[in-house]
Design a protein around this ligand. Structure first.
Ligand code: NAP
Length: 371
């Protein structure tokens, strides 16, 4: 099975080290949200995967952290069952499952059985190499198409971490290497390190960053490095974790972890919902698509974005969002100036925090580094 044939060239972009991929990547993080209180039948995951394949998607983003190994296991089991040829993008650097993990605690929680889980940043070479082995096992893949460092571990020099990734690439366990949530200076350092340590044989493929109509920080510095070094940029949470879908008005009861995020406050949700009704809903009706599709189309229409990684609770949601692909390619594409105006309208919104949870986390890290 090969999804690649069904999408026009204009719906694809080159990701260094992987070749051409669809401008939307399926995110497998919210699969843990798919299964509140326990695993769902594999058929429900299959419906999401099948919808992605039918739409021409050919890459899935996952991480060891998502569902504490479950996301990779679900993706691996589906790959085995279906024989689908997709690129799996996974990560290293956030460790909860090694007794000797070092480094800063990112967060603590409990597993389904109530046992404590401590998640630490750990980008030391032995830890990175051990994580790659565990991911190969969970995914059932000899070679991981792309491994990204999930978050920067400031106690480990970037060269050391990149050295481990280059070693894994040399031993053919990894096809391409990238980073995620790195600031512009660290991204530049990582890109240089990979070239130097591989003697010019390998380039850093890409970085992942939070990017959507309400979070545009990466445009200031990170995108400059992306452009200067011709890196890929993968935009995560393009629907602002549901805020940009038109279904997250203040009346909706949010009972999961999003409830505590500043961007999800009642006052912000009211402001965002009004902007959606003013700017996106009429456009969505005119083009016969969902609000989610328009929000996603804005992200993937940006020049510096290789692809957006979108999450979905079920196949119907994913189908709704994926109409974005026809808004940016083919005969029925939307006028790019219309999307630019949508971007302008959302960037002028006054939100009570103005900071996304991820930006707040990043601020905290920078303060710590400066201390
Ligand atoms: N590198 C990193 O640090 C990092 C961080 C975060 C995410 N990611 C990647 O990015 C991917 C996507 O991020 P995300 O799941 O946080 O955010 P997202 O794609 O912005 O939002 C997904 C959520 O929006 C809602 N939704 C999606 N489509 C919808 C539709 N058509 N109609 C109504 N609601 C819809 C669903 O939640 P409800 O139905 O529950 O409202 C869904 O779980 C992840 O799977 C992961 O691969 C990476």
């Amino acid at each position: 099975m090969d999804a690649r044939s069904s999408l026009p060239v204009s719906a694809r972009r080159a990701l260094p080290g992987l070749g051409s991929i669809a401008r939307v990547v399926l995110g497998a993080m919210s699969f843990e949200r798919l299964a509140p209180g326990g695993a769902r039948a594999s058929g429900e995951y299959d419906a999401v995967f099948d919808t992605a394949l039918e739409a021409g998607l050919d890459a899935i983003d996952t991480a060891p952290l998502y569902g504490f190994g479950d996301s990779e296991r679900i993706v691996g089991a589906w790959l085995k069952r279906s024989g689908a040829r997709v690129s799996v993008l996974t990560k290293v650097g956030l460790v909860w499952d090694a007794p000797d993990a070092h480094g800063e605690v990112l967060f603590q929680t409990r597993d389904a059985a109530g046992r404590p889980i401590v998640v630490r940043r750990d980008s030391r070479p032995p830890s990175v190499l051990a994580e790659i082995e565990r991911s190969r096992e969970r995914l059932g893949l000899e070679r991981l198409p792309l491994v990204q460092v999930h978050h920067r571990d400031r106690s480990v020099p970037i060269d050391e971490t990149m050295g481990a990734l280059v070693d894994a690439w040399r031993s053919k366990k990894v096809g391409a290497v990238g980073v995620s949530n790195y600031d512009a200076a660290d991204l530049e350092t990582a890109a240089r390190a990979v070239e130097r340590l591989s003697r010019g044989e390998l380039r850093l493929s890409c970085t992942q960053g939070l990017y959507h109509l309400l979070a545009r920080d990466v445009e200031r510095e990170v995108h400059k490095v992306v452009r200067a070094r011709s890196l890929g940029f993968l935009a995560f949470s393009p629907l602002a974790q549901g805020l940009l879908t038109g279904t997250m008005g203040p009346d909706r009861v949010v009972s999961d972890w999003r409830a505590g995020q500043p961007l999800f406050s009642d006052v912000n949700r009211r402001t965002i919902q009004s902007a959606i009704e003013r700017e996106l809903s009429p456009l969505a009706r005119r083009h016969g698509v969902t609000v989610s599709a328009l929000a996603l189309a804005w992200v993937i229409s940006r020049e510096d974005v290789t692809a957006a990684i979108v999450g979905a609770r079920d196949a119907a949601q994913l189908r709704g969002s994926l109409a974005a692909l026809r808004l940016v390619s083919g005969d029925r594409a939307i006028d790019p100036r219309v999307l630019d105006r949508v971007g302008d309208a959302f960037s002028s919104l006054e939100l009570a925090t103005g900071r996304s949870p991820f930006a707040a986390l990043r601020d905290r890290l920078f303060r710590r580094r400066g201390a």
